[in-house]
Design a protein around this ligand. Sequence first.
Ligand code: FES
Length: 182
Amino acid sequence: MSIEATCTQSPNSLGRRTFFQWLTYGLSAVASVVLGGPLFGYFLGARPRAVHWVPLDDVDKFPLNETRLKSFDNPLRQPWDGITALTGVYVRNLGVDEQGIVQFLVLAVNCAHLGCPVSWFPQSGLFMCPCHGGVYHVNGDRASGPPPRGLFHCVWRVRQGRLEVQAPHYPTLQDTLVSGEV
Ligand code: FES
């Protein structure tokens, strides 16, 4: 005796299956566009980043060869950034160059390891990171610890006697702060 399985489907169930099949295709396509667009733009560097200049202070408020922390609310903030949008830079007045122009060293506060804010210790002339012990020299160069490089340099300019800095995004090894449009 043979057992024969017969499977019959009503036109109704076929229609429902087709509908869900197309619904799945449609939702997959929408998800691909929503998730793939930004990813594609990120990897190709196609997404233009807005350039904002943040006024810090008058040039003469930065004493020669002293490092000062200047904090500000980052205009590149996202609504969900909260307190982390309050960022800052370390500014050092390097003095006047041969052309009579005041030069500055402007460093991001983010450690080049995992981004913790570093602290400046004038007594030792070093920046130190509280997270994993990264240490940097006064000029931002790496001194010791896990950071793979020195502190990130920020783009700055002087306008009408006031020092301005290009609002820093979160710096990474691939996307430093000096690669932005000036
Ligand atoms: S985040 Fe600074 S040493 Fe790790």
